[in-house]
Design a protein. Structure first.
Length: 219
């Protein structure tokens, strides 16, 4: 596979062969149906996403043949990279929010619905719960989808596949502005796991970005 992202797509533990994407044909649709079903049965977005990820985390770990231990091995530069990426992503998001507010103010008005989620729980409950949800999304949608597809079809296809299915899974979760954020951010986080061969930078970036836009400095 051509190293379009500057790295080889042969992951540790694959014995030189691409990971099979066959489990994803079952896991990805099942995950989307699960999230949609939970969202239609409960108005509590936190409960919906927490329950979904309690299922998706073991599904990915048991169903997708990845070198999970290697993907969880932390390095100091993972934390630095993830933090820097969160700052950059926040800045890009701010620019995107300004552009969206100028060309489609009705869509930008939907952001208030997303910000309201941060007020549903006290911070001491929401922040640890958010970390669990972020870890679950990075395990399932990024590593579980992006890496096998990247190993089979190439890194860009892996990133696009991960961002696309992540977006489709959010169709029932929130308004259209959330779909734009899910695709753009999902593409960045998928690129991070493919580029670094680690879950840690993406989790750090994802968590810090979520905390910033929901609790600290909304756009």
């Amino acid at each position: 596979v051509p190293p379009w992202l500057g790295v080889s797509l042969r992951l540790p533990g694959y014995v030189g062969s691409p990971a099979s994407v066959r489990p994803l044909w079952v896991l990805v649709p099942a995950a989307a149906v699960l999230i949609a079903a939970l969202r239609t049965t409960t108005p509590d977005i936190w409960r919906c996403m927490a329950l979904a990820n309690l299922v998706l985390i073991p599904a990915a770990l048991l169903g997708v043949g990845l070198p999970w231990r290697a993907l969880w091995r932390p390095r100091v530069w993972h934390l630095v990279f993830g933090t820097g990426a969160a700052v950059a992503l926040y800045g890009l998001g701010w620019l995107g929010a300004q552009a969206l507010g100028a060309v489609a103010p009705a869509w930008m008005a939907q952001v208030s619905e997303l910000y309201a989620w941060g007020e549903l729980l006290p911070a001491w409950v929401a922040l640890p719960l958010l970390l669990m949800i972020v870890c679950g999304e990075e395990i399932f949608w990024r590593a579980g989808v992006a890496l096998p597809v990247a190993a089979r079809l190439g890194p860009w296809w892996g990133c696009l596949a991960s961002a696309t299915v992540f977006t489709l899974a959010h169709v029932m979760v929130g308004p259209p502005v959330l779909w734009l954020a899910a695709f753009g951010c999902g593409l960045v986080w998928a690129w991070m796991v493919v580029r670094t061969r680690s879950l840690i930078p993406g989790i750090v970036c994802h968590y810090l970005w979520d905390v910033a836009v929901m609790f600290v400095a909304p756009y």
